[in-house]
Design a protein around this ligand. Sequence first.
Ligand code: ADP
Ligand code: MG
Length: 237
Amino acid sequence: MAPQIMVSVEGLKKNFLRGKKTIRVLKGVDFQVHAGEMVAVVGPSGAGKSTLLHILGTLDQPSEGRLLIDGQDIFRSLPHHLASFRNRTIGFVFQFHHLLPEFNALQNTMMPVLIQRAPRAKAEKMAVEMLEQVGLSNRLDHRPVELSGGEQQRVALARALVMRPKLLLADEPTGNLDDNTARGVHQLLFNMNQKYGMTTIVVTHNLHLAHSMNRCFSLQDGLILDEGIDAKGKEAE
Ligand code: ADP
Ligand code: MG
């Protein structure tokens, strides 16, 4: 059986209007990502990586083209259910953790479950389990300022995964961390992918991480230049 396609992007274009000027950021992007696959997106600053990830995350609409996630034509068939679909299906990790400063690690991680109106006890159980998975059982009651950078990103990862999303999107998740700490978070991304099998798309400048993934897309000037079909085993020359 052919592997299931989790994300399919067809002819995706994104323009931003600034005054009278149109900025063409994505100029016709096409690719597919299979269920369970780990894909890196690399490319110079300003190439459109975050813009692409926002659209994949249904946080922004394309100017043209189609996005299918798990077989659903997102912007055509789901406009009224996007928020709920997003909360159930997609987890996000950003460069800066965006944890709520007033809440501790446990409360931050519970938030997506509470938003789905699950009972508090259930939310707490799911959050405790996920924080255990990221190695933070002993930090449940720490607020973000009481955590190291790496720990903050691990809480952000726990929060992104607590709903067991089918798709994890990460935008330079370790761009703000030192090399050693970044390596720990990268390892955790691989471990969580092994354990939960979610499709993972990571924007990164870290070439070691990029080349450890199943494929590496190179985005340049609004186009995908290389889908890294045989990236594995092909060392950079
Ligand atoms: P990357 O993440 O690859 O560094 P971005 O996707 O953030 O790049 O941005 C790509 C280009 O789009 C940049 O030139 C940026 O200035 C422009 N851009 C991004 N968001 C907007 C916006 N909301 N309005 C206008 N221009 C934008
Ligand atoms: Mg960016």
